[in-house]
Design a protein around this ligand. Sequence first.
Ligand code: GLP
Length: 241
Amino acid sequence: MKLIEAANYEEMSEKAADIIISQVKEKPNSVLGLATGSTMLGVYKQLVEDHRQNGTSYRNVRTVNLDEYIGLSPDHPNSYRYYMNQHLFAHIDIPLSQTYIPNGTSDDVEAECQRYERLIESLGGIDLQILGIGRNGHIGFNEPGTPFSVPTHVVELTPSTRQANARFFPSFEDVPHQAITMGIATIMKSRHILLLASGTEKAATMAKLFEGTVTTDVPASVLHTHPNVTVIADQEALSLV
Ligand code: GLP
């Protein structure tokens, strides 16, 4: 696991965007694995700015998102589809038909998980997957205790994760109880993984991650077993490491 230290959120976002831009320039039809949450907002802002100023093109890029809430339609302001359109896709030249996110309103969510897993395979797998990290060490929505072997699946969100994400919803009660997420097995097949962390609220989790023990109690710790992982974290997130 390669660690890149950044002074702050801004620098973390710039360094991450640089890696994504290089990937797209090197391989214009890259499959990018994308994530949501506040950590990613700065990265997407950088990508949009770079697209405007330097014309980096995403016309042939395909994207697959990590996860989606069950029960939220694509036009629901708290769905991850809405987030992606609003913060990235609407501002770059990627055709929306090349952007994939699990369908949280499918009648058969189990079948949707299988379809999504096959879809990723049919795209040729993920070239570069970006990840945030939950306060309990989750990646995607793979909560502590999830076996590393699981592919895309339905998860029951823990109260602490619902609480952490409640800030985006009108109230805690509005946060869905379930989500579809790429599994750890799905994430681990990515050729390069980029994990981002910023702020003091991630410091304890980052300390656990860098202890080095690989355990399902800290889902992100599985990344120690992947050959090509880059972590970009700011000083606050690394303050207990
Ligand atoms: C959610 C997402 C994760 C994300 C995490 C951290 O639970 N499913 O993919 O990494 O939140 O979010 P934030 O970046 O807002 O701290």
